[in-house]
Design a protein around this ligand. Structure first.
Ligand SMILES: [Zn+2]
Length: 308
């Protein structure tokens, strides 16, 4: 069995919506499927539908609590991790780490950021697609503006506290503002290359280079419309994006951010998380064993070692 680590899935929000259980939910990721891997590490994002924005903090807490109850009911196979050490000590089980996808839940308050940290959140995707108290998302780029005044305060606090800063979904202006107002490496948890697939959710070559220079991380996204402009993608497209990134930021900055349970469709043949094994084999064939290991697991674990 291989190990894998992945920066982004929406399974926690998905099972909150449907009332299913993580043990056997009808999702890309569940505990039965994860049994095919050796001690996998998965970041579970709390994503909010727009209808929840007016009560974003409380809704986020509800989704976190629902997810924690799921973990409690399955303690023999999954546990919530809050640090590198927790992951290392969690052999044989799934290591689940929490993130928020969009900072709507902060509601302009550093205290709420602290409360989310106390609940286990270790990664913050600064925006989803819209404008929030921290910055502007990619679908409202026209509104302009990088980090807001509160946003600058929030990212400084995240760096002090040990919350990883994530620029996936942010507008281009927001991206460069994050680069300007942060000191530590930051990540794009689930984004591909815009020069291969024009989706604005993808990164430009310059952004890929900058993340690499800052010793950050980019997670490969399996969404068909972020892989190929036609909206239909295969694993060959994943390889194309990987190869392109390798040429710009090198093998130490590329990981997985598959976006399982957050994307409407996956590349042909990739029905669920178990496909990562085949993807690993394909990486090995294309780029060699070392790179395959780094992308599927090693880079993730190296990155978090001195951060959380
Ligand atoms: Zn997303």
């Amino acid at each position: 069995m291989i190990k894998y680590a992945d920066w982004h899935c929406d399974t926690a929000s998905s099972i909150y919506e449907t009332g299913e259980h993580i043990s056997d939910s009808n999702t890309h990721i569940n505990l039965k499927l994860l049994k095919n891997f050796d001690s996998p590490v998965q970041i579970f994002a709390v994503w909010l539908r727009k209808e929840y924005y007016n009560d974003a903090f409380n809704k986020t807490v509800e989704i976190i609590n629902n997810f924690k109850n799921e973990i409690k009911s399955n303690m023999d196979s999954i546990s919530l991790v809050k640090s590198y050490k927790d992951i290392v000590n969690n052999k044989g089980r799934v290591s689940a780490m929490l993130s928020i996808e969009g900072c709507e839940a902060l509601e302009g308050s550093i205290e709420k950021l602290d409360m989310l940290y106390d609940m286990g959140v270790r990664l913050a995707t600064l925006t989803w697609n819209y404008k929030n108290c921290v910055a502007t998302g990619v679908m409202e780029s026209n509104l302009g503006g990088g980090l807001t005044e509160f946003g600058r305060k929030a990212v400084r606090h995240m760096e002090d506290k040990g919350i990883i800063i994530d620029v996936s979904h942010i507008s281009d202006e927001g991206f460069y503002s994050v680069a300007e107002f942060t000191e530590k490496p930051f990540i794009a948890s689930h984004s591909n290359c815009r020069s291969i697939c024009k989706a604005p959710r993808n990164l430009t070559d310059e952004q890929i280079r900058l993340i690499g220079e800052r010793k950050g991380i980019i997670g490969l996204n399996m969404c068909q419309s972020f892989l190929n402009d036609s909206g239909k993608a295969s694993v060959d497209d994943v390889i194309k994006h990987t190869e392109h990134m390798l040429g710009i930021c090198g093998e130490n900055s590329i990981c997985l951010g598959c976006d399982f349970d957050g994307i409407p469709s996956t590349p042909e043949g990739m029905d669920d998380v178990t496909y990562i094994k085949s993807l690993y084999d394909r990486f090995e064939t294309e780029f060699g064993k070392d790179t395959a290991y780094k992308v599927v697991y090693g880079n993730f674990i190296d990155f978090i070692k001195d951060k959380i």
